[in-house]
Write a protein that binds this ligand. Sequence first.
Ligand SMILES: Cc1cc2nc3c(=O)[nH]c(=O)nc-3n(C[C@H](O)[C@H](O)[C@H](O)COP(=O)(O)O)c2cc1C
Length: 361
Amino acid sequence: MASIFSPIRLGDLTLNNRVVMAPMTRCRAGVNDEPTADMAEYYRQRAGAGLIVSEGVQPSIHGKGYFRTPGIHTPLQMAAWRAVTAGVRAAGGSIVMQLMHCGRVGAAGNKDPWAETVAPSAISSRQALYTAAGMAPCAEPRALATAEIAGVIDEMAAAARNARAAGFDGVELHATSGYLPMQFLATGTNQRTDRYGGSPQNRARFVIEVLEAMAAAIGSGRVGFRISPGNGYNDMEDEEPVTTYTALLRAVEPLGLAYLHLINTPIPELEPLSFVRQHWTGPVIGNGGLTLDSAQKLLSDGRLEAVSFGRFFISNPDLVARFRNGAPLVEPDRGTFYSGDARGFTDYPQWSADVPVAVGA
Ligand SMILES: Cc1cc2nc3c(=O)[nH]c(=O)nc-3n(C[C@H](O)[C@H](O)[C@H](O)COP(=O)(O)O)c2cc1C
């Protein structure tokens, strides 16, 4: 029986246990979109995870959408990330970088003045985003020309190389939650008539080519990807999730990637875990509202190879030690999820057997 505390290999990634820290945007990067010393401390505190997936990181100035998110496209950013990965490694952990190109989900006020907002089709997101000047609408996106798409794919591959050079064990492609890769996959945001739109195979092509390029850049065993078929987050609409994600998984399966990271959001058309198991034989990390008990059951039943926790890792930096010791969990403070300072970021307490911490403390 697979214990949540037993080690596992996912491709070329070695995990000391099966508890993964889910990617979480915390909007605390520096003025040059570089990770700060506080961010290095935040990740170091959470190195007890079998694997940390970093917050979403933009591969280029155009890929940025939100307030104070970090990038991996300048030497300064790479140097600052080295401090993050060195701290995690010294504490015995592993870390991959989540690459997040926001596509149409971006407010002009959050981007460099010369950055563009691009998407598969010129269809605006109705989301309002937080900026330094208050809430602002998303910028109207420009539809990428067919000939430009190879350049965007190159940016993603270059970001994967930069992440490796900055000490990350690998990368995860963010293909959920309504960002650029999912904008290509979904019928509501992709109305293209070229080879990147129309049929399920064509809508899946961008994500397939990005994953192929990342695998060629750093090795397939160091590349994972995150999906959530049919998830409506960020006002996404998809009339064909079953055929599209079937085409995607069939094409990606032979690449031998490290893992598939699945956010479990059931929709009428499919039950996510059963669905991916039909089309994907590689390792699956499951996510979404898990507890120690529900996670252990999914591992014991052989339905997942590893499990990821988001919010519990915000407020329990030593989540694995707490699980091992049956210690109480601290509830996270939503008010400090995004932006701000060290409060709600690096000041959650470490559990100690001598000083029990009450739930909600
Ligand atoms: C503050 C916050 C930021 C998040 N940012 C990201 C992100 O950058 N990339 C991503 O794929 N998911 C992101 N998520 C989703 C989480 O990775 C995870 O899927 C979600 O919290 C559900 O897991 P949980 O029930 O264990 O919290 C974020 C969630 C939270 C709470």
